[in-house]
Design a protein around this ligand. Structure first.
Ligand SMILES: [Zn+2]
Length: 158
């Protein structure tokens, strides 16, 4: 996670670069911010200012002659990308603001992975004696017991 938020003037600078050469996108349903440009110093400066993401490059463009190599700054840790998107949002134009809103809406609405759930689908707390493991999956003992009861009841009727 990004340790501290950059000062306002740095945010304005970062937003300016993102408006021009940034890409707000998603990878496996999580937010990602990427900047691709030929100025290595600018890309490294973004990384330094935010304390987030990685710098990769140089990437050579084989298609053209006399084309400068590209440098990428990519912020793909979801919480860092989220923090960056929120931090620069107010500085950006409408099109990019709308893009960020869509990405963050989807990210916030995504299903929570089983390993982070504190309750089962029926709302029982997945803690203490009620929690058991099936392989790496966390299961609810209360639900297992009531499923067993339903099964016995069906057999008794048949
Ligand atoms: Zn349950």
């Amino acid at each position: 996670m990004a340790s501290t938020l950059p000062p306002i003037r740095d945010l304005a600078y970062i937003a300016g670069v993102l408006e021009a050469d940034g890409c707000f996108t998603e990878k496996h349903g999580t937010p990602v911010v990427v900047v691709g440009m030929t100025d290595e110093d600018v890309v490294r400066r973004l990384q330094r200012m935010t304390g987030s993401g990685k710098v990769n490059g140089p990437y050579l463009n084989r298609a053209g002659h006399n084309v400068k190599p590209m440098w990428h700054w990519s912020v793909d840790r979801q919480h860092e990308a989220y923090a960056l998107m929120v931090a620069v949002y107010g500085f950006l134009g409408e099109r990019r603001q709308q893009r960020i809103s869509e990405i963050l809406k989807r990210w916030i609405a995504r299903p929570i992975p089983n390993k982070f759930k504190s309750r089962c689908n029926e709302g029982h707390a997945l803690v203490g004696d009620n929690l058991y493991l099936e392989g790496t999956k966390r299961r609810c003992r209360t639900c297992r017991a009531s499923a067993a009861r339903r099964l016995r009841a069906r057999r008794a009727v048949a």
